[in-house]
Design a protein. Structure first.
Length: 73
């Protein structure tokens, strides 16, 4: 198979499925927001326990994104 034989459908079929949302803010900081996490992933972040002052800024950032997404929906 040459490069000219690859179609858009081939590329889309190779996309990984959405993984489970992170459980802790430390995991979120290390791994980033889950691929194709969407509003469900953001809502899971909202339910996480308060991470304390060292990750409070990360938490606030994601909560702001969730708030903006809910307003837009």
């Amino acid at each position: 198979m040459g490069i000219d034989d690859i179609t858009l459908e081939d590329l889309l079929a190779g996309d990984p499925a959405c993984v489970a949302p992170p459980v802790t803010f430390q995991q979120l900081l290390v791994e980033g927001f889950p691929y194709k996490g969407g509003l469900e992933g953001l809502a899971a972040i909202e339910q996480m326990a308060d991470p304390g002052p060292q990750l409070a800024e990360v938490r606030q950032g994601y909560l702001q994104i969730l708030k903006m997404q809910r307003r837009a929906a």
